[in-house]
Design a protein around this ligand. Structure first.
Ligand code: ADP
Ligand code: ZN
Ligand code: ZN
Length: 742
């Protein structure tokens, strides 16, 4: 029989994770032992019995074998929250590539020894009959301070320490002395740090679900009661009532004594959203966000663990809140890139949510107006149940959308960044006193090269992806490394107007002041939102009518509703369309659909102008028609043809280090390892930024139809990396189905 060793953590807390101890698994336990289990082991010099958790199992051990102690027994009667978390961490480790410690740190909260928040009170202990007599005595002895405090206590029974010291000017020694006399008692009450006041009052004005919503909830309830836990993909345009469906589903779950996790992208985690949940569930709801202090965050975890709340709302990390009896995970705006972790392990919250739900017996609802290609494909395949809401809940007309061809503007001699139509409409709104949002979709933008005369974009002949201009004067493909020199004239039409596409929010602001001197302009981008709360401040200033035009990056398209905005302009749809990764078309469709949804939220109808050099591109055409299904069909055909996710699966191996020759050698060798597994290997090639801080950076893309096979490839490469001690000199990361380009 083979030997088996287990890594055991004795104290499961974030700080102690690096202290892992190796134990031998006795033959009698080999069949039963699993990662996540609680075991009893001999610990320390005295071999005292201690409980610990299995975090890893392996065939070999790094120590002198004879010194490794044996596990005593498996603890079977206690299967705690911790076991579930370790099991989830093990799954994350396996599926995304990281060490077990990194995976555990992802799922466990930072339990810094933050002092509990407490308030001190002074309470009367002497009974009310003897109190007045005592008061008389104090007066007669001219103990004025004591008399003042006792009088207050006789009136209120209990007062805060603050009131005593500040308002009544009572010193600590007075209180101490009276405590000794047995008159009062100082009590300390702990309380949870509150993540903010969200108007926790219940309001009973419940909405009656419309027919479509009701059908979905009936189905959900039936499945849930039958313990038929599924993943539902709720597709419905903004305003179609998705949030009401989430609320109703959560109510079903709470009725059964279970809890719910609601994930919302941080940027959309606004006062308005949270208020809708607190109105429904009162103080049984809490939130997590990046602005909370560590102590505040930790308190929300404690509240969840102790069953003091039923619902937690937060970004990606809220997934790991330890509810005792999880019933539902909702992921709103499931297509958002922020659900994918940027740090190793590079997990996707959607996939982890589904795994976690499976482990704990819970359902998952994914919601979006523009579902990710990944999720919609799952819905088509039947792995997710597709739910569609086709009508707006409140009557509201969809805006009218114009696509303006920038090539035509140039031909007509208009060199401004505003097309003639957009300029006329801006003027019209300024005259009417209505508001305008101008939007620059820079996300993923990385310096593609295009022709301003004919719109031609330089693409890699092998990957169908825009090439990126580098400062050494060359164009490169970031997938396969193909490169060529920068061109002087357009290869399509011979025009000399060829170059990188440069447009920033500051330039737009300056152009607005020049062309519309009377307009009041607010700008929102990375620069203007660095300070705390500046994001909210700019939006509320705009909402209060302090400006006519709001210029910004994608951050302006989410969260707030502005009733007076009747014109939305997308200045250069090409910025996201020609980003250098395979999701460019998908992201453009999402951004344009969201931006268009900003116009005409109130009673006045809205108009949208999309400016582009590629007016015929399907992402732009389908977004203008708000036709998700047409977009999906076009996009899935492209992904199929080019073997991109979600049709094929993709694994990125990224490495960086100071020694370029060594990096080259290692990456070539790893590509060989993958090729020997019969996988499709692209690269190694230089990353988008080939060198940062003197660290050279390279990537390999590995593709296969089967995710499991890529996991095996990752495991093989990890073994190879360990065997050759690669991590000594190089940083190596894995990333499955990347959301960003490298
Ligand atoms: P989504 O989450 O899809 O954007 P919401 O749930 O926010 O949509 O609904 C949009 C608006 O319509 C909200 O003001 C909501 O209160 C209202 N609404 C949703 N469902 C109903 C309904 N069945 N009856 C009346 N109003 C509704
Ligand atoms: Zn051209
Ligand atoms: Zn290429």
């Amino acid at each position: 029989m083979e030997k088996l060793y287990a890594d055991i953590i004795i104290n499961i807390s974030h700080e102690a994770l690096d202290k892992v101890f190796a134990y031998k698994v006795p033959f009698s336990l080999i069949q039963d032992i699993r990662v996540g289990q609680q075991v009893v082991v001999p610990f320390g010099r005295s071999n005292k019995e201690q409980t610990g958790y299995v975090v890893n199992l392996s065939r070999t051990v790094n120590y002198d074998e004879s010194k490794v102690k044996e596990i005593i027994r498996i603890e079977t009667d206690h299967v705690g929250v911790e076991a579930k978390m370790i099991e989830l961490a093990a799954w994350i480790r396996e599926n995304y590539g990281s060490t077990m410690i990194q995976a555990l740190k992802t799922v466990l909260p930072v339990q810094e020894k933050v002092a509990r928040k407490a308030r001190k009170y002074i309470e009367l202990t002497m009974d009310a009959v003897h109190g007045p007599a005592m008061l008389e005595e104090y007066f007669s002895k001219h103990y004025v301070a004591k008399a003042r405090l006792l009088a207050a206590l006789l009136d209120h029974h209990k007062i805060s320490w603050e009131m005593a010291s500040k308002d009544l000017k009572i010193s600590k020694s007075t209180v101490d002395s009276m405590e000794k006399e047995g008159i009062l008692h100082v009590v300390t009450e702990y309380y949870y740090r509150s993540p903010g006041q969200f108007n926790a009052a219940y309001s009973q004005t419940e909405i009656t679900l419309n027919e479509q919503q009701q059908e979905l909830i009936d189905e959900f309830r039936e499945d849930f009661l039958k313990k038929n836990y599924k993943t539902y993909l709720l597709h419905g345009i903004t305003g179609s009532g998705k949030t009401e469906v989430y609320l109703a589903a959560i109510e079903e779950v709470i009725k059964k004594g279970k809890q719910a996790i609601v994930l919302i992208p941080e940027i959309a985690l606004t006062y308005q959203t949270v208020t809708r949940f607190t109105k429904r569930f009162g103080d049984r709801v809490s939130i997590l966000n990046s602005r909370l202090s560590k102590g505040e965050k930790y308190d929300q975890w404690l509240r969840a663990k102790r069953g003091d709340i039923d619902v937690i709302i937060g970004p990606r990390s809220a997934l790991f809140v330890p509810f005792p009896n999880l019933g539902l995970i909702v992921i709103d705006e499931e297509h958002e890139g922020s659900y994918k972790s940027e740090q190793t392990p590079k997990y996707h919250a959607r996939e982890v949510a589904i795994k976690k739900a499976q482990m704990e017996g819970a359902s998952v609802i994914l919601g979006s107006a523009t579902p990710s290609m990944d999720s919609y494909k799952h819905a088509q395949d039947g792995t997710y149940r597709l739910w569609e809401l086709t009508k707006r809940a409140k009557e509201a007309v969809l805006p009218k959308v114009y696509i303006e061809d920038l090539r035509e503007e140039l031909k007509a001699g208009n060199r401004s960044m505003f097309s003639r139509r957009l300029r006329d409409l801006i003027q019209d709104r300024l005259d009417k006193g209505e508001q305008i949002m101008l939007f620059l979709n820079r996300r993923g933008y990385a310096g593609f090269v295009s022709c301003r005369s004919c719109g031609h974009v330089m693409e890699c002949p092998h990957c169908d992806i825009s090439m990126t201009y580098h400062r050494d004067g060359r164009l490169r493909c970031h997938y396969c490394g193909y490169e060529q020199p920068m061109l002087k004239v357009c290869p399509e039409c011979g025009s000399p107007y060829i170059g990188t596409f440069g447009l920033g929010t500051q330039k737009v602001e300056a152009a607005l002041y020049k062309e519309f001197p009377q307009a009041r302009v607010l700008r929102m981008d990375m620069d203007t939102t660095k300070r705390k709360n500046s994001h909210e401040k700019i939006l509320s200033a705009f909402s209060d009518g302090e400006a006519d035009i709001l210029v910004g990056t994608q951050m302006i398209v989410k969260g707030h509703d502005f009733a007076n905005v009747t014109l939305v302009g997308v200045l250069a749809a090409d910025l996201s369309l020609h980003a250098n990764d395979y999701r460019a078309g998908e992201r453009t469709f999402q951004l344009l659909t969201q931006a268009a949804g900003r116009a005409g939220r109130g009673s006045k109808p809205g108009e949208v102008v999309i400016q582009t050099y590629s007016p015929d591109h399907y992402s732009i055409q389908t977004a203008a028609r708000q036709d998700y299904h047409a977009f999906y069909n076009e996009e899935i055909a492209y992904r199929t043809m080019m073997k991109y996710p979600p049709v094929w699966q993709m694994l990125v191996v990224f490495a960086s280090g100071e020694d370029k020759a060594w990096l080259d050698k290692v990456m070539d060798a790893m590509a060989e390892v993958a090729k020997h597994m019969d996988l499709m290997v692209i690269g190694p090639s230089e990353a988008g930024f080939g060198k940062i801080n003197d660290q050279y950076r390279k990537v390999i893309y590995i593709k296969n139809k089967d995710y499991e096979i890529l996991v095996k490839a990752k495991n093989r490469l990890e073994q190879w990396i360990d065997l050759n001690n690669i991590r000594k000199k190089l940083l190596v990361n894995f990333d499955f189905n990347p959301m960003n380009s490298y």
